[in-house]
Design a protein. Structure first.
Ligand code: PLP
Length: 456
């Protein structure tokens, strides 16, 4: 019998990994060079064909020792690289090198956070980090999630367990789509959407709805809307919720990390009044996906997640002092996403993270100024976080949509799209702290070029 392939952990693991990592890093380099821009040129058809060619037979009868190089090269060549300054469509951040390196250790050791005997140090680290991050938001505890979607689902679940199955979600028009979807998933009454004519939840309209509709209510406010980066007026919303006895969730998936910045933290005043808060550190937090959290004001709220499985957290093991981890998630097997987070927090500190937040917010201000000073462009509004909506002056919605697709299919720039005030806008979500002023100006030059090349 032949020897089995090398393993990533164990005493020999690092020796096995080192040459493979050289291969991976080389292939990332050559793949990125072959791409040459933020996105592969040619659109979906060309990328699909290139991947099909590179992969060949997905499951050959005999293995191919060069698969790591071939596939990582193709993966990198065909990637949308968030570290490219012209890749600015989504809340899709370039991860910090130190966080990606820490994540490698998580992959190699493969702890699973469903029982202490699979993750002794990882579970202790998770307890420390989830509490510290909750405290940063003025809350007592938090649980790790796969992102904002799962955090929002959990927030609705905790509300349902606290208030009963008739709890009705009330949210602003700018709320994330995962919130009404979570109400559907959990079998809750149809959610109520409050119009947001200025982009943020109007407290007077909220007051009306809470007066008019039978309760109980869960109000979901947003700190950093996905489309425009706007922050709902949290203190006023919290006051209305208190008056009406409504529960409050704040979806701060995008805006939450403003907490790290002395300059921007005041924008989140009132956040701590929420019962639950969604935070995503794979957006303004520069983590590899996934890195989500749901914080709770009252740690008791989490007890509804308690769950027993004899092979993971038998009562006698728990009584003997083994931590009971199963109630920290709805998942069972779970990656130690907390390691990259802990390494990032310690490496950069609050000051380092705050400085990154300040940089990308300053880039957005600078970009908005460039748009405003250009008579060929229209700016939707001054940015609040790091999102700028703009469009060529005198363009139609169809032009805007076609221009964006043209930039994507030529691989020149990755911009998003958002609807605001009944019109379609180009969306630049600036999350790259390494972008330079000339990159921002270059992005506008590409928009002008694509617009001049006309409707397609
Ligand atoms: C991105 C986002 C989400 C969803 O988060 P995922 O990590 O993609 O699941 C939820 N709410 C807001 C406001 C977001 O911007």
């Amino acid at each position: 019998m032949s020897t089995p392939p090398p393993l990533a952990s164990g005493p020999e693991g690092p020796y096995h990994l080192r040459p493979l990592l050289d291969t991976v890093l080389d292939a990332l380099h050559t793949g990125g060079r072959a791409r040459g821009g933020p996105l592969p040129a040619g659109g979906p058809g060309a990328v699909t064909a290139a991947v099909r060619d590179a992969v060949g037979d997905v499951l050959p009868d005999q293995g191919d020792p060069d698969a790591l190089r071939t596939l990582v090269h193709a993966f990198a060549e065909g990637a949308a690289d968030p570290a490219h300054p012209l890749c600015a469509a989504h809340l899709h951040c370039p991860p910090l090198a130190v966080a990606a390196a820490a994540d490698l250790a998580a992959s190699a050791l493969n702890p699973s956070l469903d029982s202490w005997d699979q993750a002794p140090a990882a579970s202790a680290l998770e307890a420390l980090v989830t509490r510290a991050l909750a405290h940063e938001a003025g809350h007592t505890d938090s649980v790790v999630t796969s992102g904002g979607t799962e955090s929002n689902q959990l927030a609705l679940l905790l509300a349902r367990e606290a208030l009963g199955g008739t709890v009705r979600l009330v949210h602003g028009a700018g709320a994330h789509h995962s919130l009404p979807r979570a109400a559907w998933l959990l079998g809750l009454p149809d959610p109520v959407e409050i119009p947001a004519p200025t982009g943020t939840l109007d407290p007077a309209a909220l007051d009306d709805a809470l007066t008019r509709l039978p309760g109980p209510h869960l109000v979901a406010a947003t700190a950093g809307t996905t489309d425009a980066g706007l922050i709902d007026p949290l203190p006023e919303i919290a006051a209305r919720c208190a008056t009406h006895g409504a529960r409050l969730h704040v979806d701060a998936a995008y805006g939450g990390p403003l907490l790290f910045s002395d300059l921007h933290r005041p924008g989140l005043t009132g956040l701590e009044a929420a019962h639950t808060i969604t935070l995503d550190l794979h957006k303004l937090g520069w983590q590899p996906v996934p890195a989500g959290l749901l914080t709770v004001r009252d740690a008791q709220d989490l007890t509804v997640l308690r769950h027993r499985a004899d092979y993971l957290n038998a009562d006698d093991d728990t009584e003997a002092g083994f931590p009971d981890l199963l109630g920290r998630s709805l998942r069972t097997t779970r990656r130690p996403d907390v390691l990259k987070l802990a390494v990032t927090l310690r490496t950069l500190g609050r000051a380092g993270l705050g400085a990154l937040v300040d940089r990308v917010c300053a880039h957005a201000q600078e970009f908005a100024r460039l748009v405003q000073d250009d008579p060929r462009l229209e700016l939707h509004d001054r940015p609040v976080i790091s999102t700028v909506l703009f469009r060529p002056a005198h363009a139609t919605d169809t032009d805007v949509a076609a221009l964006r697709r043209h930039l994507l299919t030529t691989g020149r720039a990755v911009l998003g799209r958002a609807r605001a005030d009944g019109r379609l806008w180009l969306k630049a979500t600036l999350l790259n702290p390494a972008a330079r002023p000339e990159d921002l100006a270059g992005l506008l030059t590409l928009v002008h070029q694509a617009h001049a090349e006309g409707p397609r």
